[in-house]
Design a protein around this ligand. Structure first.
Ligand SMILES: NC(=O)c1ccc[n+]([C@@H]2O[C@H](COP(=O)([O-])OP(=O)(O)OC[C@H]3O[C@@H](n4cnc5c(N)ncnc54)[C@H](O)[C@@H]3O)[C@@H](O)[C@H]2O)c1
Length: 279
């Protein structure tokens, strides 16, 4: 682990592999069985970190960890429902007990909920708040003492491009992700004195199971015509003409996890192909 202290982590100008890498670090990633979380876990491991992959899909998380180990990385998997505080604490405890500490936490687990605000039920609203907002808070709360004990660390939360473009039916989801953005900004002011940085990403449309929910037939297969139409529509929103892949988010998260971002905290980072501004 690099030296931290009042002036934060190691100053720039040293070996770039060290500055941008995670050699010797311990990272926890939630939502790591699939999509963006899985890609983040793979990139962290490739950058030298030991990674704990948490997901409520225990077999998916184990498969992802096994794939990392098969390529020479260090990874273990653990079942977690992030809406349950004690399970999130157990996930972080696994890192400190088995891998010796915690340097990086990526709170990635999240769910969609397509519903208008005007008639959403209390039960549905509680469910999405529980996973997307409270789950992120529980992760941060569990990580802070573990990171403080190491002299600092980096927390990366996952907000969404949905906070920039209000649309009917995305309201409940966008509210949770706006909450994640505010949680990130405020928490960064609470924990900076312990060397802990807190940032969030707000991904633009990124092809994963999450986005594919709109494009599946009732039997679960992908409707290729709908899929191609979706990709074209998303590309049409980007001045670059691009739709995101999970690794586009993972590379940004690697920067935020590494010492290269030692001067960055409390910010919302947007890998979205410029889609906020349209084409
Ligand atoms: N894909 C996009 O376009 C996009 C855009 C903006 C934000 N996001 C956010 O990125 C994050 C990752 O999404 P993704 O696109 O990779 O989707 P995904 O569905 O591929 O992955 C989400 C993962 O989270 C896990 N998960 C869900 N609820 C959980 C819970 N309660 N406890 C533990 N694990 C849980 C799922 O099992 C899954 O493995 C989410 O927070 C999502 O809101 C995605």
């Amino acid at each position: 682990m690099s030296e931290r202290g009042a002036q934060g982590s190691r100053p720039a100008g040293t070996d770039l592999r060290e500055v941008f890498g995670l050699e010797g670090r311990v990272a926890v990633v939630t939502g790591a069985a699939s999509g963006i979380g899985r890609s983040i876990a793979e990139v962290f491991a490739a950058a030298g970190a030991s990674v704990v992959l948490g997901d409520r899909d225990a077999s998916g998380a184990e498969q992802a960890a096994a794939a990392i180990r098969a390529t020479g990385g260090r990874a273990v998997a653990q079942s977690v429902d992030v809406s349950r505080r004690e399970e999130v604490e157990a996930l972080v405890a696994r890192a400190t007990r088995e891998l010796g500490g915690l340097d990086v936490l990526a709170n990635v687990a999240g769910i969609p909920l397509d519903h208008r605000l005007e008639d959403i039920s209390e039960k549905d609203f509680d469910r999405i708040l529980g996973v997307n907002l409270k789950g992120t808070l529980y992760g941060c709360q569990a990580a802070i003492p573990a990171m403080a004990a190491r002299g600092g660390g980096s927390i990366i939360n996952v907000s969404s491009g949905a906070i920039d473009l209000p649309r009917p039916i995305y309201g409940p989801y966008a509210i949770t992700k706006a909450g994640v953005a505010q949680l990130t900004a405020t928490l960064s002011t609470e924990v900076g004195d312990r060397g802990i940085r807190v940032n969030a990403i707000a991904p633009g449309a990124t092809i994963t199971a999450f986005t594919q929910r709109h494009l599946r037939r009732p039997d679960g297969s992908i409707d290729q015509v709908a899929y191609d139409g979706f990709v074209e529509a998303m590309q049409g929103m980007s001045p670059l003409g691009l739709v995101g892949e999970p690794v586009d988010q993972a590379w940004l998260v690697l920067f935020l996890a590494s010492d290269a971002s030692r001067f960055c905290t409390g910010q919302i980072w947007r890998a979205n192909g410029g889609s906020t501004f349209g084409r």
